[in-house]
Design a protein around this ligand. Structure first.
Ligand code: NAD
Length: 248
């Protein structure tokens, strides 16, 4: 089950956090993983070296997903160079948190450029290659707040809700080409993105998680591996929630 030998995968934002855990988990199952990064080249090199040390296959490609045209070209280039692209995990994302009345327009633009246009650009590059191959798995990273909303995250939650709409639309557009498109919606996961949260806020958040703990990158990676696998061939347009029960 969940054998990814012979598959080529791209994970954007694979240098740390959830993306790193996903890159490692896909490689563990046998995929050749392209680790996308923007600034963390040293961290991305470590991820690739770690995968190679465990007998896996991985390489680095640096590009900024917020430049949509460049992102599409970069993904097209990866598919051309490696001959195919079976799995795209559009994971790169940022959060800039502020209440609606305080959020700056440039911050809204930045969040949407990375989280939404970045995902669109990468998907466009990937799906072109997948349509030709009549096989593909696209997995977007949404968030629990894209479904529930969260005070103080107007731009971020709107961007993550957009990802769900995008995912469901692409699922319908490319199903006839055997390309599945799904979103994973993590809850509260322990990464750089959430480490800045105060201890008091963290304790409050934990009260709302029935499983009683913060999630790990590995928890999310397991869901991504499933959606990337042949076993998930009949699953498309879905939102897979990995949130310890905080929203069902
Ligand atoms: P993180 O901040 O640890 O990592 C984000 C990754 O995205 C980094 O590798 C970063 O370099 C990359 N990135 C950021 N901007 C980029 C750009 N312009 N071009 C290319 N790469 C870029 O965050 P994380 O917690 O690992 O989050 C990963 C994804 O999961 C994000 O989409 C995030 O919104 C989503 N998510 C996270 C949580 C959580 O609790 N941590 C919850 C729900 C959803």
């Amino acid at each position: 089950m969940f054998d990814l030998n012979g598959k080529i995968a791209l994970v954007t934002g694979g240098s740390r956090g959830i993306g790193r855990a996903v890159a490692e988990a896909l490689a563990e199952r046998g995929a050749h993983v392209v680790v996308g990064y923007v600034r963390g080249e040293d961290q991305a090199r470590e991820v690739v070296a770690g995968i190679a040390a465990r007998g896996g296959k991985a390489e680095l490609v640096g590009f900024d997903v917020s430049d949509m045209t460049r992102a599409e070209e970069a993904v097209t280039g990866i598919a051309k160079r490696l001959g195919r692209l079976d799995i795209l995990v559009a994971n790169a994302g940022i959060a800039i948190d502020a209440l609606l009345l305080r959020v700056k327009e440039e911050d809204i633009d930045q969040v949407f450029s990375v989280n939404v246009k970045g995902a669109l650009g990468c998907a466009r590059g990937a799906i072109k290659a997948m349509m030709r191959a009549r096989y593909g798995r696209v997995i977007f990273l949404s968030s629990v707040v894209g479904e529930t909303g969260n005070a103080g995250q107007a731009a971020y939650s709107a961007s993550k809700a957009a990802i769900i709409g995008l995912s469901k639309t692409l699922a319908r557009e490319y199903a006839s080409r055997n390309v599945t498109v799904n979103a994973v919606a993590p809850g509260f996961i322990d990464t750089d993105m959430t480490r800045a949260i105060s201890d008091a806020a963290r304790a409050e958040l934990l009260k709302g998680i029935p499983l009683g703990r913060v999630g790990s990158g590995a928890d999310v990676a397991a869901a991504v591996v499933y959606l990337a696998s042949d076993e998930a061939a009949y699953v498309t347009g879905q939102v897979l929630r990995v949130n310890g029960g905080m929203y069902a």
